[in-house]
Design a protein around this ligand. Structure first.
Ligand code: 5AD
Ligand code: SF4
Length: 481
């Protein structure tokens, strides 16, 4: 957790410290000096804009990056018309890459008008060598490239860019290091993501994540608890524990502990009201975890349990290490142990070799489990993954047809399942004033379903009782009690 550091007390003329995070504080201090000079020259402070692509891990990383930029003295801008523009990229599917290239093209036009602006790219896409090469040759105006393993170095890299006045690329292949105690700028005052582990060791055959996020590393329970305690002191009532596969948390620690044990410790934090976590791999979900969830009043009754496919044959080719039957057993066991729990999932359509029969197995699991919602994805070929080399890739038209059928069913079932709390009073954490109607506020039930009801912005961050009056397909309209 970050303790406020006085950058002015750092000797900026000394050699940079070798140890982290002191080294980064030193470079933050150097950059801040530059910011002061900028301010004197231009009569304003430089501003930054960040855009995050992809998952909650990336969102959390962006909060850290914004925290560093804020500490240096940059102010946040709402558009790309800024002195420093940073894209935190995602590469899980090809579409994510395409979006980044599209936005970069526009940014190039902007930079021609403002040549002094600094453009930085980081995140998962940058861990792919061919991406970095393409940017270096086709988007030469990019000033700074770094990856997922060294985001903590942002201040050092900015300083290097300012000093040498030419592009900087620093991408690491991996790291054992977890640098703690850096600043972060939280998006919401009342809820926060908390990294509990980084990386993934599963190597599902379609997935690029293990290659771009590296091997599994868990944070120590002490660091996690310390961070959560500080967050709670700062007004946070809900935490989302983040990891690619939280169920294997703690296995690589010097003193191994399980995810269930970690949850028990986190529950003890006084003032913390809600605990969520993401993502769970079905193969590692223990009975111990189910018991902890069932007994807890703080752990939210929601489990995101990616299915990917309902066909045991495809699951094997995906290297998922569970079968249709074991997934169903697990889902039913959880539903029995935690009545009313909301189950959500991820499904991939069109994995190489998927036949109509395989697809119907997926549909069958969807019918049997009754997911509250499902993220459905068209299989995207990721260079370097085992699935990319598999023959019998499924024709696009077939995939599209299956995708449409699946989406329709998932939505119908979701509308039925998540409406089952109608006409009950439930606790809602109020998150924001409604986008479309300012007389309403929007919040979430413990199981993550959205609720809109009459209220004003002083309710934001509070947990209130709401009567669920009407169900509208995937959200409720309610009234405060
Ligand atoms: N193609 C399509 N979807 C993918 N996912 C991961 N890799 C791919 C891919 N190559 C999906 C999985 C995962 C989610 C985060 O993204 O469903 O659970
Ligand atoms: Fe990718 Fe599988 Fe790891 Fe999830 S568990 S990040 S799908 S390799």
């Amino acid at each position: 957790m970050y303790h406020e550091i006085d950058l002015d007390k750092i000797d900026r003329n000394a050699e940079p410290p070798a140890e982290e995070p002191d080294r980064q504080y030193y470079f933050m201090a150097k950059c801040r000096e530059w910011v002061r000079e900028f301010e004197q020259k231009n009569g304003r402070r430089p501003c930054f804009f960040t855009q995050t692509f992809g998952c909650q891990m990336n969102a959390k990383d962006s909060e850290k990056l914004s925290g560093i930029l804020g500490k240096i003295g940059y102010v946040e801008a709402q558009t790309e018309d800024a002195d420093f523009v940073l894209y935190n990229t995602c590469t899980v599917r090809e579409n994510a890459n395409k979006r980044v290239y599209g936005r970069l093209g526009q940014l190039g036009v902007q930079k021609r008008k403002h040549p002094e602006m600094i453009i930085a790219l980081c995140g998962c896409m940058m861990q792919e060598q061919q991406v970095v090469e393409r940017i270096r040759t086709s988007y030469r105006f990019v000033d700074l490239i770094f990856g997922t393993h060294n985001i903590f170095q942002l201040a050092e890299l900015i300083w290097r860019r300012l000093e040498q006045a030419r592009a900087v690329t620093e991408v690491w292949n991996g790291t054992e290091q977890i640098v703690e105690n850096l600043p972060a700028q939280r998006k919401y005052p009342f809820k926060s993501g908390v990294n509990i582990m980084f990386g993934c060791n599963n190597f599902c055959s379609y997935c690029i994540v293990p290659y771009v996020r590296g091997r599994e590393r868990s944070r120590s329970p002490e660091e996690i608890i310390r961070e959560i305690e500080a967050l709670v002191k700062d007004g946070v009532v809900e935490v989302m524990l983040l990891g690619q596969n939280v169920n294997s948390y703690g296995k690589t620690l010097e003193q191994p502990i399980t995810f269930a044990q970690l949850l028990r410790q986190i529950e003890q934090v006084e003032g913390l009201e809600r605990i969520r976590f993401m993502t769970s791999h079905p193969k590692d979900l223990s009975d111990q975890l189910i018991n902890v969830m069932a007994a807890s009043s703080k752990i939210c009754p929601h489990l995101h349990l990616p299915l990917q496919s309902g066909s045991s044959r495809i699951l094997e080719r995906m290297n998922r290490r569970y079968t249709k039957e074991s997934y169903l057993d697990l889902a039913f066991k959880i539903k029995r142990a935690v009545p009313g729990i909301s189950l959500t999932t991820d499904i991939i359509v069109g994995f190489p070799g998927e036949t109509e029969e395989d697809f119907l197995e997926t549909m069958d699991v969807v019918e049997q489990v009754g997911f509250d919602s499902a993220f459905t994805f068209i299989y995207s070929k990721r260079t370097g993954t085992p699935a990319a080399a598999m023959e019998d890739q499924v024709p696009e038209a077939v995939v599209k047809d299956r995708f449409d059928r699946l989406l329709k069913r998932v939505q119908e079932i979701g509308a039925r399942v998540s409406g089952c709390q109608l006409h009950t009073v439930q606790k809602v954490l109020v998150e924001e004033v409604n986008d479309h109607d300012a007389s309403l506020v929007t919040g979430r039930l413990g199981n993550n379903t959205l609720v809109h009801f009459l209220g004003s912005n002083d309710l934001i961050g509070k947990i209130v009782d709401v009567y669920l009056e009407e169900f509208k397909g995937f959200y409720y309209m309610g009234a405060m009690r």
